[in-house]
Design a protein. Sequence first.
Length: 519
Amino acid sequence: MLSIPATPSSLLLSLHSGNDTLSRPGFLSNRHSFSRVSKNFEPNTPNSRFCRITCRLAKAKETISTTNPDSLIKEPHKYFDQVIVTVRSGDGGHGSILNMPNQRNNNNGSKGKQEKRSRHKSSYKRDFHGSLILPVGGHGGDVVIYADEGKDSLLELHNKSRFNAKRGGNVDAMGVLTSQLHNGLAAPTLRIPVPVGTVVKRKRGMLLADLAQPGDEILVARGGQGGISLIEAPEHRKKRLMTLTTNVMRDDSDKVLILGQSGEEVSLELILRVVADVGLVGLPNAGKSTLLAAITLAKPDIADYPFTTLMPNLGRLNGDPTLGAGMYSSEATLADLPGLIEGAHLGKGLGRNFLRHLRRTRVLVHVVDAAAEDPVNDYRTVKEELRMYNPEYLERPYVVVLNKIDLPKGRDRLLSLTEEILRIGCDEVPSEPKMTSKDAVHSFSTEDGNADKLPSQITNEDKKDKELEDYPRPLAVVGVSVLKGIRVNEMLKEIRAALRKCRDSHEALEPSTKTVRAM
Ligand SMILES: Nc1nc2c(ncn2[C@@H]2O[C@H](COP(=O)(O)OP(=O)(O)OP(=O)(O)O)[C@@H](O)[C@H]2O)c(=O)[nH]1
């Protein structure tokens, strides 16, 4: 029987006496935070079988949303790649205090009945040493974050930034040990999907994982262990029981063992780094999204105004058909990044956030509008922004695509533009080893900028002093019209050649790396 007078902040609970009921672990749900528990036996009640518990109801926690939902809709590009979430693993379920069955009513039990019961005892579960196995509370739910190919941004985690795993089940016992007793149910693992390429860090702390491959996962909060069960026995029987099991309750402090351990709560920072083999860069309106749509099945937004692309779009490039059966090995992922403008590395335009998404690419494709006012200057502007953000980007193999040659202005200047662009840069191969695909996948930063320097990038500041002419020339310059499908195959050939070059140099690098490791 449970009577609940309705007062907003506190409840007066009258519980049916059962001392058992009160002492039974797990009876008091941990959803209520008890401020004071007192057993005042009512003097006027006929049998003093009522007790009073004063408690305060904890308000259900509202979902913590750090971001205004309006800004999420209006400015998704500011939030899609970074979020702070709080996760809590489940508490362990409680064990139980049990009595041996023949402890009860042992006054009126005959010798024959006791014998029967002791025979019955042999059906209890026992371990290898013959000791009784007593049920334990269920394990609290773990929290796991995993890379899911179906996710492309962290936006939805801004709406729900708190995750609680379930608690383990209590041992469902009525206080008497029987052979039918089961362990409390283990709570399921709470699995949170994030896009491939998400870096998981403790909030303002250490890096936990880089979920760079589909299916990569990390356990971020371990569920609490379930409590154990103990047998309560009168003093004179304890010694005998100890021969049966070590789980005999010795004093009141043993009750702590019965309670399940609480789960852990952690705040995490999730940072998305787009994972792609090829990064498309260029000024707004150069035709990057049109290019992606022309050679992959991606359907990015395309319009003739700048900054149509607000978030990186990914597309899958089919393998090279000339390779026959091996064509699948030459498949690649392309990332169309929002347009860069002068000052992008300082946060102008859509900001520097997008520059960091080039970090994991191996090949860059500069898309230049050949029909623009000054295409060479546009090309230099983009290269300058890359250099100011991370000079290492200029050392990656790249192809320049002079787009819109269907327009007379573009077509007429194609030759002169190609020559001018090929003049910017040098033939020299940089002395430092180039970033390999593996490095590219595993490079990440604690914050923007150059905080994630690889050993080979330590001299980045020095590199910023170099001119554009001191960095390698493009592998190829191709004139195309991605809209009209003019020379698109030639462009594909050059992009695939650049990818192949990366793979070859990566493979060539591998044996020497092994030698260094062996030494
Ligand atoms: N004539 C012509 N127009 C093109 C060509 N390629 C793209 N365009 C047009 O150029 C405009 C911009 O194209 P997008 O693909 O959105 O350009 P973007 O570089 O992705 O632009 P942002 O999203 O601002 O970065 C659109 O109107 C396209 O139709 C081309 O080869 N020829």
